[in-house]
Design a protein around this ligand. Structure first.
Ligand SMILES: [Ca+2]
Length: 379
């Protein structure tokens, strides 16, 4: 028979293990904006509901508008509309979404974009690759080709659609939202509520977790996401994702292959109709977010800062807030734990954030007109 002391030691150890498993799930929902801003914000141009910014190597930008247009934009705000952009199904949260410059752009001029494609059985999120042909005052897409399509088609909003490349430039990662069909996020056959990992031509890498399967399971990197509008590699090579939860459940997640992040089985928020959802802590087999927001910020856009203008931000994640009308800086402790370090009130819904080659930070507003703004250190 175990002594009382042994039992107490065991109980204490078990309690510590449970505490430790969830001690680092930080809620930053009630953080307040800083009273001072360490930057000046310069208004550069305006757009109709801009969605994403991507920098070309020369410092020009590609900016998408959700209704279906793409522009090349100079640092001084001169806009050139890009021709031959595919038709999109634009409605509510859906339309022309992310844009990304290929790791091989210097030699191939290839770019990638995501959008909801019209269809008789409902819209599909698709990933298209095209060559960007740039002349003096003209820009056009050559050979736009859909290299991935959501299977099955259909669903509502919450499309996800964020593109990221690994630091080696060998693979493309794509977030697919649950399209307001929560249970699909746990169905391995449905390309909803997943992060996918593809080769740059859209084919399936042979070393994905379930690569020996076919179709969606073979493409799947992680499972159980709701509506991820942020995906980016940190300077240390880790992949981070944020996703909009239900009421009170926005999450920042460290993405590791084969893991299940819980939606809709668990969440740190509840449904908007008030029905409760079990918390992440009730299911240790599902990966919990190390940082979450209750109340929500509605995160959109994610960029890691590794530039020269704001040396105090090196290694931080910059996140736009739609609901929060804010730019949020997340810093990482030495053990990797993220926490919200600062939040700045930007006066409108922030849809995307990007870091220019010179280290300036650029943001766009989810509005019409929505401003493109350049942030540089306050003098
Ligand atoms: Ca989750």
């Amino acid at each position: 028979m175990a002594s009382r002391k042994t039992i107490m030691t065991f109980v204490a150890a078990a309690l510590m293990a449970v505490t430790h498993a969830h001690a680092d799930s930080i809620n930053a929902g009630n953080r307040r904006p800083s009273t001072t801003q360490p930057f000046n914000a310069q208004n550069i141009a305006e757009f109709d509901t801009p969605w994403a910014i991507a920098f070309l190597p020369d410092g020009r930008m590609l900016v998408t508008e959700k209704p279906g247009r793409i522009f090349v934009v100079t640092q001084s705000g001169k806009k050139t509309e890009i021709g031959n952009v595919p038709a999109v199904a634009a409605s509510g949260q859906n339309g022309l979404l992310d844009i990304a410059v290929s790791p091989s752009f210097a030699t191939t001029s290839q770019i990638y974009m995501t959008y909801t494609e019209p269809g008789t059985d409902g819209s599909r999120l698709v990933l298209t690759r095209a060559v960007l042909s740039l002349a003096d005052d003209r820009a056009t897409l050559t050979d736009p080709t859909v290299i991935w399509r959501q299977t099955p088609a259909g669903g509502g909003g919450q499309p996800g659609g964020i593109i990221a490349f690994d630091p080696q430039g060998a693979h493309l990662f794509l977030t697919v939202g649950d399209r307001m069909q929560p249970n699909s996020a746990q169905d391995p056959r449905q390309a909803r509520g997943k992060v996918l990992r593809l080769n740059l031509d859209g084919s399936t890498p042979s070393n994905n977790p379930l690569a020996e399967d076919k179709g969606v399971p073979a493409q799947t990197w992680t499972t159980g996401h709701r509506n991820p509008y942020g995906l980016a590699f940190a300077p240390d090579g880790k992949l981070w994702l944020h996703e909009m939860g239900p009421r009170g459940g926005d999450e920042l997640n460290l993405i590791e292959p084969g893991k299940n992040y819980g939606w809709p089985l668990v969440s740190n928020g509840d449904n908007y109709d008030g029905t409760p959802i079990p918390r992440h802590a009730t299911r240790p087999d599902l990966t919990a977010p190390p940082l979450y927001w209750d109340p929500v910020i509605a995160p959109a856009g994610l960029a890691f800062y590794d530039g020269a203008m704001f040396p105090q931000w090196k290694g931080s994640a910059l996140i736009g807030g739609l609901r929060a009308h804010a730019l949020v800086r997340v810093a990482f402790r030495a053990d990797g734990q993220p926490d919200e370090a600062e939040r700045w009130d930007m006066g409108d819904r922030i849809r995307d954030v990007a870091v220019a080659p010179d280290g300036a930070v650029w943001i766009i507003e989810d509005d019409s007109p929505g401003r493109l703004r350049r942030l540089t250190p306050a003098k």
